[in-house]
Design a protein around this ligand. Structure first.
Ligand code: NDP
Length: 480
């Protein structure tokens, strides 16, 4: 059994309390590690370390911080396989995905922001005729809080930490208690590369205790949070009276809109990925699939066939395409949505069940599931399920499908499949989402704004948007 510790002021330290949380191996359904449920006193210790480190860190040169982040990126790459194995074990995701996406991207996040900060500059406005010059400096905020979810553990943890550090802040960070392992390995990496003590502090524990203590801390004045919409709303309520700066990356219920003129093979292959990658536990997965009626039966047959060919297996096996869901509680939640969909008239075309065959019974495996609907107005198309479950439904007109796509409280991403340029231009303008992909999915350029509208969040991360969030602009006006 592994016991994870907090990482505060450059040291692994035990939490002050006695409460421990079990960490499960989702493919086996067994506890393999424990982590402390850190309380307000632990968060305070982390805050004090971050506060003490801030003056020096925020006054380092950009080159120095850039070099530090670059070293972290290289150290992650040097441990790529070890981290991928750990992520796959902790989360249940296929090892191939952990290698190709999670750990690759964690290193890429640090490397990207090591370079982005060297290109980040502020503005000057010369008011001609008045002898006035305004210029704006961007200062780091101070001690910031970063809170991340379980679906892409190190990937999303580093997505927040890297820009926060690059901009000169010091950080108190909490990974999800469900998948804390790679964050704890990151602490070893920080030691190895010699990140000054107190610059990044990692505190483990439950959202309701550790996370809450970070959000409630009066002097942690900016919070970058990725997680569920309900938690995001709660954080916003706690933070608002203290006027904290907030970046909220929340849930999604993303439409995947397929027109008959699409490149069918490319669309099919990508749609299988956008439906079931990471067991459907990616905020960007396209869980509502709408298909133009003239293509519908061809699509339905081919999509069901392709889905049934997916290899559900042990996460640590190279050939596995679909692994285990993250926890039993989450699996049961996903299954309850399938049940509800059936009660509301949905037809299961494939899947729908927990996998209980030999070797799988104690793990949290579920069949990739496709549900056919004849109405968009149902729970499964309203709520975020966050599992290997998608719905399909035909449509006749552009206007009709636009109505379906926007009939949700969420607005994170959307995917559109068509070769028609005018339609692309019309639809991409009208779809209510922060990100629209056309003839692709999850293709990312880290310079672009990332985030959602409506209940999918507030603010944007990525590129200079993240650096804007993690700095405070100060305008100086001089008459000369
Ligand atoms: P949660 O909202 O349950 O948790 C996210 C993080 O917040 C966890 O570290 C959690 O801790 C913590 N937390 C929970 N309660 C509080 C609180 N009161 N104060 C402070 N922190 C708290 O989300 P999940 O981990 O279940 O992640 C899945 C969700 O994340 C989905 O809705 C998904 O769409 C969304 N997501 C959004 C993305 C985006 O970019 N828009 C990307 C990826 C996921 P603990 O684990 O202990 O509960």
């Amino acid at each position: 059994m592994d016991y994870l510790s907090n990482y505060i002021n450059g040291k692994k330290v035990p939490a002050k309390g006695e409460k421990w949380i079990d960490v499960f191996h989702p493919a086996k359904g067994k506890v393999y590690a424990q982590l402390p449920d850190s309380q307000a006193a632990d968060v305070e210790e982390a805050y004090q370390a971050a506060k003490a480190a801030f003056p020096e860190w925020s006054n380092t040169t950009i080159e120095y911080r850039s070099e530090m982040l670059e070293k972290i990126a290289s150290a992650i790459e040097a441990r790529h396989e070890e981290l991928a194995q750990a992520e796959s074990k902790d989360n249940g995701k296929p090892i191939s995905l952990a290698r190709r996406v999670d750990i690759y991207r964690a290193a890429a996040n640090f490397r990207f922001f090591s370079k982005a900060i060297t290109q980040y500059s502020s503005e000057a406005h010369h008011t001609a005729g008045m002898n006035v010059m305004n210029y704006t400096i961007r200062k780091p905020i101070g001690v910031v809080g970063c809170i991340s979810p379980w679906n892409l553990p190190l990937y999303l943890f580093s997505w927040k930490i890297a820009p926060a550090l690059a901009a000169g802040n010091t950080v108190v960070a909490k990974p999800s208690e469900v998948t804390p392992y790679t964050a704890s390995m990151l602490a070893d990496i920080l030691d190895e590369v010699g990140l000054p003590k107190g610059v990044l502090n990692i505190v483990h524990g439950l959202g309701g205790s550790t996370g809450q203590a970070i959000v409630e801390h009066p002097d942690i004045t900016a919070i970058s949070f990725t997680g569920g919409t309900t938690t995001g709303a709660h954080i916003a309520r706690v933070a608002a009276p203290m006027f904290k700066k907030l970046s909220l990356e929340l849930g999604g219920k993303n439409p995947n809109i397929i027109f008959a003129d699409c490149n069918f093979e490319q669309m099919l292959k990508t749609t299988v990925q956008s439906s079931f990658s990471n067991q459907g536990q990616i905020c960007l997965c396209g869980s509502r699939i709408y298909v133009e009626r003239s293509l519908y039966s061809k699509f339905k047959k081919a999509f069901v066939e392709a889905t049934e060919k997916l290899r559900v297996g042990m996460p640590n096996e190279d050939a596995t395409q679909v692994g285990a869901l993250v926890s039993e509680e989450h699996l049961n939640k996903v299954l309850s949505y399938v049940q509800k969909a059936k009660e509301e008239g949905g037809k299961i075309l494939t899947g729908g069940n927990r996998i209980t065959k030999e070797g799988f019974a104690s793990g949290y495996f579920m069949e990739p599931t496709i549900i056919e609907l004849d109405s968009n107005d149902c729970t499964i198309n309203r709520d975020e399920v966050f599992g290997p479950v998608v719905t399909i439904m035909p449509f006749d007109t552009e206007e009709e499908v636009l109505g379906y796509a926007n009939a949700t409280k969420y607005g994170l991403s959307a995917t559109l499949w068509t070769e028609n340029l005018s339609r692309t231009m019309r639809m991409t303008e009208e779809i209510q989402a922060g990100i629209v992909w056309v003839n692709t999915w999850l293709t990312r350029d880290l310079r672009t704004p990332f985030g959602g509208v409506k209940a999918s969040g507030v603010g944007r991360e990525g590129g200079f948007y993240a650096l804007d969030f993690f700095t405070e602009p100060k305008n100086i006006c001089i008459r000369f």
